[in-house]
Ligand binder design. Structure first.
Ligand code: HEM
Length: 451
């Protein structure tokens, strides 16, 4: 079964048409030709954008000269009520200082410390899942939020404050469903951003709850009885250049982005990966077989080769962050086209990962491609689910472990079959199913004993 793609339109790019369709679904608003083009231009009186699909351009923007292509102030203003000045929206020296504090906590060598959080949440997910047909997205959302709370604050999602933050995020996303796309809206950078009162209220509520968690943790650090988790590590790491640690308000900004960036993304990929397994029983059996000998340690996780390839293929076909936006800090000429200062550069993992000139059989689910050398070379700059270069996602290592462990545990416990309707991908906060992602679950023990 070929995994679904959204319905796209062919024709000349009109930014206004794109914006009208955009609130409904960004992916289907964009023209079909983007799956073949190396670069495309969209312009309106207020905004001038270029979609960049050429791997050489991706390299230039993300890796070679990232300082010349910063995140826009529009993005920062759009996300300010919730994220303040978090690492996701800052640029230059302010951003670099934040990464110097954050990165050590996520380093490969320390990732084994997050395994109890990941396996605790995976086992809780398996215990919660009920047999029968269901929309799997709410389940994966809950499970991914569980991982973040356990890894950051050593508390499961059932904890009262964690549950309140999770619920408040849901309400916030209903108030501002396209939070990630704030930069794409053709809103002049000089006008104050039109946040609704509801957006401000829910953002303030979330930040208030997080501020409580951060204050409690600060107190525990002072008393010397704080658990050794991501929050403690980040709050006690000084910037090696200045010697400063995050203040409590700065830490609130960072926790808000860890939660936002770290749970919807993992939840989306896990839901699509489970659907892909349901639709491809031969891969499901291979993942279940691999899962049978999974031990909850690094050696166990490293042995999940097929499961990781499945998760990677889900990231290729359904990249949870389908587009990223940068701004040209000065006039540029890209692929021979003049790009004015202030123009938006849109990097689209969605189109890049299914680009007809970069991938063999781009729309097919084929985890085996990840062990073929030709894929490894073509993917070098054309596979960017976690972005690339200095602003690469700091949670990528954690997310890959989490994805493989969750997938393995669920496939070990249940046989998955696709629901009657194939899910249609739409870009909300992340790439979700238009009407959910429906999967039928049968406990493996039950099926095995009746076979
Ligand atoms: C499958 C899971 C994930 C995916 C696909 C993903 C993807 C991404 C992408 C594409 C970006 C770059 C966005 C841009 O530049 O516009 C990003 C940034 C970021 N992600 Fe992730 N992410 C995932 C999980 C996580 C987790 C688990 C965390 C933390 C707990 C996290 C924290 C962040 C942060 C803090 C940034 C901002 C980095 C910066 O701008 O310097 N992400 N992520």
């Amino acid at each position: 079964m070929i995994p679904p793609r959204p319905h796209t339109t062919e024709g000349r790019g009109s930014l206004w048409r794109f914006v009208r369709a955009f609130r409904h679904d960004l992916l289907s608003a964009l023209p079909e030709r983007l799956y073949r083009a190396w670069m495309a231009e969209f312009r309106s009186p207020l905004i001038h954008s270029f979609v960049c699909n050429d791997p050489a351009l991706i390299r230039l923007i993300l890796k070679d000269r990232p300082g010349d292509f910063p995140k826009s102030n529009r993005l920062r203003a759009g996300l300010a009520p919730l994220l303040g000045a978090s690492v996701f929206v800052t640029n230059g020296p302010e951003w670099a200082a934040q990464r110097r504090i954050i990165d050590p906590a996520f380093e490969g060598g320390r990732l084994h410390q997050t395994l109890p959080a990941i396996f605790g949440a995976a086992d809780a997910l398996v215990a919660r899942l009920r047999p029968g047909l269901q929309d799997i997205e709410p389940e994966t959302s809950f499970a991914a939020a569980d991982v973040i709370f356990r890894a950051l604050f050593s508390m499961p999602i059932e904890h009262e404050t964690a549950a309140q933050v999770f619920a408040a995020f849901r309400t916030h996303q209903e108030a501002q469903p396209v939070v990630n796309w704030a930069a794409l809206l053709p809103w002049p950078a000089w006008l104050p951003h039109p946040h609704s009162r509801r957006t401000r209220r829910t953002a303030a509520q979330i930040r208030g709850l997080i501020a409580g968690l951060v204050a409690d943790r600060m107190a525990a650090i002072r008393l010397g009885n704080a658990p050794d988790d991501l929050a403690t590590r980040i709050m006690t790491t000084p910037d090696p250049q200045t010697g400063h640690c995050f203040s409590e308000p700065q830490m609130v900004d960072q926790v808000a982005i860890f939660f936002l960036a770290g749970h919807e993304t993992s939840a989306s990929t896990l839901a699509w990966a489970l659907w892909l397994l349901a639709a491809h029983p031969e891969w499901q059996d291979r993942v279940a077989a691999e899962a049978a000998s999974l031990t909850p340690d690094m050696a166990g996780v490293n042995a999940l080769r097929t499961t990781r390839a499945v998760f990677r293929e889900a990231l290729r076909l359904y990249p949870p962050v389908p587009m990223m936006v940068r701004e040209a800090a000065r006039p540029e000429t890209l692929r021979g086209r003049p790009v004015p200062r202030g123009a938006q550069l849109i990097l689209s993992p969605w189109h890049l990962h299914r680009h007809q000139r970069l991938w063999d059989n781009p729309d097919a689910f084929d985890p085996g491609r990840w062990s073929r050398p030709e894929t490894r070379s073509s993917a070098r700059d054309a596979f960017i689910p976690f972005s690339a270069g200095e602003r690469v996602c700091p949670g990528a290592g954690l997310a890959m472990i989490e994805g493989a462990a969750m997938l393995a545990r669920v496939a070990q416990a249940f046989t998955l079959r696709p629901g009657p309707l194939a899910p249609v991908p739409v870009a909300r906060l992340t790439v979700r199913g238009q009407d959910g992602i429906h999967i039928h679950l049968t406990p493996r023990a039950e099926r095995d004993s009746s076979a």
